[in-house]
Ligand binder design. Structure first.
Ligand SMILES: [Zn+2]
Length: 377
């Protein structure tokens, strides 16, 4: 067993089993950020000029069309703030697209509504077939892997891409950003959400019903076909400007009455349960380490503050039993059946068919081209 170690600069530790430390105890996430991300990241006047040019192009190409781009709205901080900026600051006319996977928290529903109303926009919502979503989620529980959030993640991404393709929308605004996400979740924690081979293998073994309408999108469809054949471009505006989590929350709160979530991705009740309780309790994987490390590297949090937060559990112990019952009831199983899944042998993505080789190859090419900087490993 490897001896426990935590990075001397961020809060990533040996619960990330592939982590590597240098002689000063600094981890490879920190080095990757300093060597590859930071030199290519311009959240300043240079970046803003660059994005202004992109925004002008989007507007020009969108003239006469009902929308000039599409924005996937989860209700989370990044997509909410992005919508605010896109409309108010850059005068873009995005189609606001929400995928309802069945797990929206009440706060998320009200946040989306307040934002859309405040901006005088319409919301386009696509609802995932609940019986199919449930079946796929249960299959992932039964498979024993840590990456239980793939059905939701995949549904959101695939629905958006298919919609953009069908309606010939050329620009996808994406809230992904270096500022709060520069450290990536290790592959052993959250495996690639678009590995169709893995999804089909797990569902084939543990699923009970056919997925007739569930949206699928393979890496070749959206990373190659859409990008290079159809010319659909994914733009991440938050990387071109100073983006601070605190300022974003304050701005949205004071302008729209938007309310912050206790943790990133907690707009979904499933993710709140999964990242707040299931993943840390069953696997010892605490995604707050990744989130806080990102904020430390971009100077929005100190290491001491992060360590202090990490001493508290990511879930609320007073309500976790209720939460357990809620998740089980929604999935149509008993709380005992759900608890049984908690005790299944622990598996990883390697225990099922996967396309990791293809993903690694794609990542290496994108890194060479300078499209992607940070490693996911
Ligand atoms: Zn580090």
């Amino acid at each position: 067993m490897r001896e426990y170690q935590v990075c001397s600069n961020c809060v990533m530790d040996t619960t990330d089993t592939q982590i590597v430390f240098d002689e000063h105890g600094v981890c490879d996430h920190c080095h990757d950020f300093n060597d590859h991300v930071l030199p290519n990241w311009h959240p300043d006047a240079v970046g803003e000029r660059e994005f202004q040019a992109v925004a002008d192009k989007i507007k020009l190409e969108g003239q006469g069309k009902p929308f000039d781009c599409i924005l996937g709205m989860s209700g989370g901080l990044d997509s909410s703030y992005l919508l605010h900026l896109a409309v108010k600051k850059y005068g873009l006319r995005p189609l606001v697209f929400h995928v309802d996977g069945g797990w929206n928290s009440d706060i998320a529903v009200s946040n989306i509504q307040m934002l859309v109303d405040g901006l005088g926009m319409d919301l386009y919502t696509e609802v995932i077939n609940w019986e199919e979503m449930k079946d796929l989620q249960l299959a992932f529980f039964k498979s024993g892997v840590p990456h239980l959030d793939i059905p939701q993640d995949h549904a959101f991404v695939a629905t958006l891409y298919h919609f953009a393709n069908k309606h010939k929308i050329k620009y996808i605004l994406n809230g992904g950003n270096v500022s709060t996400e520069c450290v990536r979740n290790p592959l052993d924690w959250l495996y690639y959400g678009t590995d169709l081979r893995q999804i089909r293998d797990i569902h084939g073994r543990f699923g009970k019903r056919k997925l007739k309408t569930f949206p699928f999108s393979g890496i070749l469809f959206h990373k190659f076909y859409l990008r290079y054949i159809k010319g659909v471009r994914v733009v991440k505006p938050l990387d071109y400007m100073p983006y601070s989590k605190k300022i974003a929350i304050d701005t949205l709160a004071s302008t729209y009455g938007w309310r912050a979530y206790p943790q990133k991705h907690f707009e979904s009740r499933f993710t709140r349960f999964y990242e707040g309780y299931w993943l840390p309790t069953r696997f010892g994987m605490d995604t707050r380490r990744v989130q806080f490390s990102s904020l430390i590297l971009t100077k929005q949090m100190t290491r001491e503050e992060a360590l202090e937060e990490l001493r508290k559990p990511a879930h609320n112990p007073a309500t976790i039993d209720e939460e357990f019952d809620y998740i089980a009831t929604k999935l149509d199983i008993s709380s005992d059946e759900l608890r049984d899944c908690m005790n299944l042998p622990k598996k990883s993505y390697r225990d099922y068919k996967n396309q990791r080789v293809l993903f690694n190859l794609g990542a290496a090419i994108l890194k060479k081209l300078g499209v992607e900087r940070a490693i996911k490993r």
